[in-house]
Design a protein around this ligand. Structure first.
Ligand code: HEC
Ligand code: HEC
Length: 476
């Protein structure tokens, strides 16, 4: 090593006339010296095997999730693509089209790792920066060294079953992405936040809403940070709920209960009464029986309840790896609105408190799929109502078009099918849709306007309900 000094390069450089060929000169001199011991040691250090052992294996063995977690909450990890042998790993990636032999730097596996640089969520991007940079450098070096090695390029293929890849289908991997969960959170929980105004929504209080501001500040001075459940954005809010729920709850219920979503504080608090007065004091509780100083804001089985529980269930299933095949992925196509559908004149044989589900169908609806639904419980006045939740098409292309459409529920003629949960099926599965057994009848609305808010609700009467002859309800 010692005798390979600067001066050894000089003769070579002199023979190469142009300055820009400097690198070329070093390469040539490298070849000229390749018989030296030093060069051999250097080569070994840069061999695919050595790079793999030094830099890829630690990723494989690490218990920490790889940088993919920045966007993929489950179903995929960089480790899924690594085998304990450098040759097998190379062949496995090569034969899955994840390595580009001609342009190693353009290999798809590098593209997947570099995805994190494109994240619009700057916080997430920063948190995973170091890990991602290390993975990218390790894989780039190793792939370049391997591709430069003729022996490696020509290795025989592995059997398909021996290739290293994620255990789940691409659809499952896409479904368990954080951005899908955030989108779902925005629709199912964030959209309902005004029901918690102003006590938990400081960012929704306008500059002129002085009383609302005062009310919020009064609670905040008493209960501090826990009052600010809804942050500035859906992402921050979701993150807050997730992080708070991971902490040691010291015997209390978590905000999000992943083992039993209906027992989440986020759901139970707004469904609870104010605590009883004891010695002039009201003391809220954080375990069963729950008392909420804000009082009753959400009724069991109303549209918000359904939507909250449905999101928590979905999040729990995502993070605990319950989504294993395309078959068990839910549609996740609910888009809450503030258009109210009310049904009156409910017959006496349907008890007060029973849940009623109403499905809205477009008039010329060929595939017999509802465009919206809602649910509510029967009141003493024999009324039930709820805000409509639109049901987007499930086909990805159709849904994208639908999301862009300006009027997703145009005025006009619609059919409504009504279902009554007399057997209390929703008690066990609060997010379910009732089926043919609970069908109570259908009617048509000749001129539905679907305007926003309770005063402009669309009214229907149970007296007009007709039995459905076709009974084609299974499609839902
Ligand atoms: C910045 C976010 C982000 C990061 C980080 C990220 N991905 Fe993805 N990934 C996506 C998106 C978005 C899709 C869905 C693309 C689509 O729907 O067409 C996706 C889809 C996939 C798919 C499904 C196949 C496909 O092309 O749709 C696989 C496999 C995948 N990613 C693997 C990885 C691996 C492995 C890592 C870590 C090395 C990673 N991803 C890191 C955003 C990311
Ligand atoms: C009129 C004010 C008010 C409204 C409206 C209100 N709350 Fe509350 N909430 C409170 C107060 C005060 C507390 C703190 C005392 C307590 O725990 O009961 C609280 C506490 C909570 C907690 C416990 C937070 C924690 O970190 O421990 C949750 C969860 C909660 N509310 C959910 C809701 C939801 C969801 C809504 C809307 C659907 C809502 N509340 C509407 C006043 C309100």
């Amino acid at each position: 090593m010692l005798y390979i000094g600067w001066q050894d390069f000089i003769p070579m450089m002199v023979t190469v006339p142009m300055k820009k060929n400097f690198l070329f000169a070093i390469v040539i001199s490298g070849i000229a010296l390749s018989s030296s011991f030093a060069q051999e040691a250097q080569e070994k250090k840069n061999s695919p095997e050595q790079i793999f052992n030094d830099r890829i294996m630690p990723i494989f063995r690490s218990e920490k999730p790889s940088s993919c977690i920045q966007c993929h909450l489950a179903s995929v990890d960089l480790k899924n693509y690594i085998l304990p042998s450098h040759e097998k790993t190379f062949v496995s990636l090569r034969d899955q089209g994840l390595i580009d032999l001609k342009n190693p730097e353009k290999s798809k596996i590098l593209h997947l790792i570099a995805m994190g640089y494109k994240d619009a969520d700057l916080d997430a991007k920063r948190i995973h920066e170091k890990m991602r940079a290390a993975e990218l450098a390790a894989f780039t070096n190793w792939i370049k060294a391997s591709c430069a090695d003729e022996k490696m390029r020509k290795l025989p293929a592995l059997e398909k079953s021996q290739q290293a890849k994620p255990a789940y289908a691409d659809e499952v991997i896409r479904f368990t992405r954080k951005s899908r969960i955030v989108d779902s959170f925005t629709r199912k929980i964030w959209s309902q936040r005004m029901r918690c105004f102003p006590c938990h929504t400081p960012h929704q209080i306008g500059p002129r809403q002085k009383n609302a501001r005062k009310a919020f500040e009064k609670w905040q001075s008493q209960f501090g940070e826990q009052m600010e459940i809804f942050k500035k954005t859906p992402e921050e809010t979701m993150q807050y709920l997730i992080e708070e729920s991971r902490k040691d709850q010291k015997g209390n219920l978590p905000l999000l209960n992943l083992e039993d979503p209906t027992k989440s504080l986020l759901v139970l608090k707004p469904m609870s009464k104010v605590p009883p007065k004891i010695d002039e004091k009201r003391t809220p509780t954080y375990k069963v029986p729950v008392y909420h100083l804000g009082g009753l804001k959400i009724h069991k089985d109303d549209h918000s309840y359904k939507s909250f529980v449905s999101w928590i269930e979905d999040y729990a299933k995502t993070t605990t790896g319950k989504y294993t095949s395309v078959k068990n992925l839910p549609a996740d196509n609910w888009f809450p609105t503030q258009r109210i559908l009310r049904i009156k004149d409910l017959p006496d044989e349907w008890a007060v408190g029973t849940t009623v589900q109403m499905f809205v169908y477009a008039k010329n609806n060929q595939d017999n799929l509802p465009v919206a639904f809602t649910q509510g419980t029967i009141t003493r006045r024999k009324i039930a109502n709820g805000a409509l939740i639109l049901l987007a098409p499930t086909d990805p292309a159709a849904r994208q078009k639908w999301r862009k459409s300006r009027n997703r529920l145009p005025a006009g003629e619609y059919q409504v099918k009504v279902f009554v949960d007399r057997k209390k099926k929703l008690e066990k599965t609060p997010t379910a849709f009732l089926g043919p057994k609970e069908f109570a009848g259908q009617l048509s609305i000749k001129q539905a306007k679907w305007r926003v808010g309770f005063p402009k609700a669309e009214w229907i009467s149970a007296k007009m309900l007709q039995p459905d002859n076709k009974k084609q309800l299974e499609n839902r």
